[in-house]
Design a protein around this ligand. Structure first.
Ligand code: OAD
Length: 233
């Protein structure tokens, strides 16, 4: 089976009702990114940051995977599929995808403030009450914090993602503005025979030398077109 890798961003979940970050009306227009998505912001005002992610988590229980997520999962019948996602939601999981690399963490998980990547400290929050309170402790005794990779922190999952992208026969990029590194740099690790598709209703700045085929549609409609195109690949 051919290796098919998806690189997804906020646009993948937009049709499920989760706001993107940089579109007009996006999350970073409502909340200053430095305040709620940087390690300095957390150190300055942990209560505000906990509140922000508690709200995001509660919102997650009211949304469902869209057709695009489902079509990504359905391709596991024909391809060796890996989903590399910048999204912290769990909609790829809920749509049935099995091999998912979360580059920027997972909203439904919490971890240690002292050592966020210590596997012994990472826990899944209960679905019926996915709240972190100040005073809740991780296994190492430090304050529990969201398991999110903030600006200013390392991205440990980039290594397995590079490995997968470098072996991809087909790479499909969906709904990311390709503004945030190292995720955006993954396109540069494709090998010379890899076919690259991009699904996004807007123009996205990418290296024209990569020979990318841009399907200028939203995630669900774009995935329908991609499924047809892959039948002739
Ligand atoms: P952005 O908000 O930067 O980009 C969203 C992209 O989705 C844009 O290119 C839109 O045109 C596109 N889009 C909008 N609606 C769409 C739809 N229905 N179908 C397909 N595409 C659509 O989001 P990301 O690139 O994912 O990190 O942002 C990357 C990272 O920046 C995030 O993971 C987050 C943020 O800061 C952290 O919080 C650590």
């Amino acid at each position: 089976m051919k290796n098919l890798v998806f690189l997804t961003g906020a646009g993948m979940s937009a049709e499920s009702g989760i706001s993107t970050f940089r579109d007009s009306g996006g999350l970073w227009e409502q909340y200053p990114v430095e305040a709620v998505a940087s390690i300095q912001g957390y150190e300055r005002d942990p209560e505000l940051v906990q509140k922000f992610y508690n709200e995001r988590r509660q919102q997650l229980s009211s949304v469902v995977p869209n057709e695009g997520h489902k079509l990504v999962a359905s391709l596991e019948d024909q391809f060796n599929v890996t989903v590399v996602t910048q999204n912290v939601d769990d909609l790829h999981e809920r749509a049935g995808s099995h091999n998912i690399i979360h580059l920027h963490g997972e909203l439904m998980k919490a971890t240690s403030s002292r050592n966020p990547n210590d596997p012994n400290c990472i826990i899944t929050l209960p679905e019926d009450n996915p709240i972190i309170r100040m005073g809740d402790k991780a296994k190492d005794g430090s304050q529990l914090r969201p398991f999110i990779v903030w600006f200013g922190e390392s991205v440990p999952m980039i290594e397995p993602a590079i490995e997968k992208v470098s072996k991809a026969d087909i790479l499909v990029v969906i709904g990311t503005s390709l503004n945030v590194y190292p995720a955006a740099g993954l396109l540069n690790y494709t090998n010379e025979h890899c076919k690259i598709y991009l699904i996004d209703p807007k123009d996205v700045p990418y290296n024209p030398n990569l020979g990318i085929r841009h399907i200028m549609k939203g995630a669900s409609e774009g995935m329908k077109e991609l499924v047809e195109l892959l039948k002739t690949t």
